[in-house]
Design a protein around this ligand. Structure first.
Ligand SMILES: Nc1ncnc2c1ncn2[C@@H]1O[C@H](COP(=O)(O)OP(=O)(O)OP(=O)(O)O)[C@@H](O)[C@H]1O
Length: 292
């Protein structure tokens, strides 16, 4: 069990951790997200998929405080029952108070710092709090020393989970691409999130790296941490997700289990690039196919 990570119990499985209601985001004349609602359940891996430009990253940016939505409500419900309206919080409060962590499409590590240092820097907030924000605290307070010990334990734990222990002292920038992706996720886990948002974590990975990523995500889920994922690689989505939500042109077109979504004619039409007025035709053909 990860240091300070809560255990998943029967009372917490299956309840809602994130509720997005009537979310809209307008950029000038472009309605990037239009009245979009969905829920992510605690302990699930929820995937947000859709064609290029559908609005997936915009939704992530609204959830994690990088954008203020034009309209809508985003509620994060913590294990202890506390609720946070994310659209009202600043991005750092979303990480610190609501316990939402994220990674980005492009890797954002401290490439000159070692792998271990990247994981310790992520725990800066906890360490500073334990120091009482004073130099005396840094030098002598027992609470600070205890917090340092706990941070190192947590870093070691996630190094192991991300299969990076043997690279702990190497500069992060020297790691192969797939290992850098896992380090980013391990670093996000060191902030102690309840919800982890991953923007295309499998992009650019080879099959072996992709399998290592899946193992890491499964182990995160087994700790009771919920995952919200944007992903283009359908084999990753279908293999690891409990729940899939599909966006097209900023609107939800499907929502359900991977099997449900995979067989949804609207999703098939969206991915095949069928025009709106041809969707009914595609659906009819699919339904006929289903009857055979
Ligand atoms: N800051 C911005 N200013 C103006 N338009 C934006 C901004 N961010 C996103 N958009 C537009 O909003 C729409 C949705 O973009 P978004 O990046 O959210 O889609 P996406 O589904 O994540 O795409 P991809 O799969 O290609 O990453 C696009 O038309 C995009 O050009």
């Amino acid at each position: 069990m990860a240091p300070e990570t809560n255990t998943m119990t029967s009372t917490t499985i299956g309840d809602t951790i994130l509720k997005v209601e009537h979310l809209s985001m307008k950029f000038g004349g472009l309605m990037a997200i239009n009245d979009f609602s969905f829920e992510a359940r605690r302990g699930d891996i929820t995937a947000l998929i859709g064609p290029n430009g559908a609005g997936k990253t915009t939704v992530f940016n609204c959830i994690t405080g990088f954008y203020k939505p034009t309209m809508g409500m985003i509620t994060l419900r913590q294990r202890d029952g506390r609720e946070h309206l994310l659209e009202r919080l600043k991005d750092f409060e979303i990480t610190k108070s609501a316990k939402v962590a994220r990674t980005f499409q492009n890797i954002r590590l401290f490439s000159g710092l070692t792998v271990l240092e990247n994981l310790l820097v992520a725990q800066h907030n906890v360490l500073m709090k334990a120091s009482g924000y004073t130099i005396l605290g840094l030098l002598g307070l027992p609470t600070y020393k205890k917090a340092v010990g706990a941070s190192i334990e947590k870093a070691k734990y996630w190094l192991d989970k991300a299969d990076l222990t043997d690279r702990a002292d190497d500069p992060a920038g020297d790691l192969p691409y797939g290992a850098q992706r896992r380090l980013e996720i391990a670093r996000a886990m060191c902030t102690g999130p309840e919800l982890l948002c991953l923007d295309e974590p499998a992009a650019g990975l080879n099959p072996r790296e992709s399998a290592a990523l899946n193992t890491l995500l499964h182990s995160i889920r087994s700790e009771g941490v919920s995952i919200l994922l944007i992903e283009h690689d359908m084999s990753v989505v279908m293999e690891i997700s409990d729940h899939v939500v599909v966006l097209e042109y900023g609107q939800k077109i499907s929502d359900g289990t991977p099997d449900h979504v995979k067989n949804d004619p609207k999703v098939i039409a969206a991915y095949l690039g069928v025009e709106d007025d041809e969707v009914d035709e595609v659906i009819a053909v699919e339904l006929e196919g289903g009857d055979r």
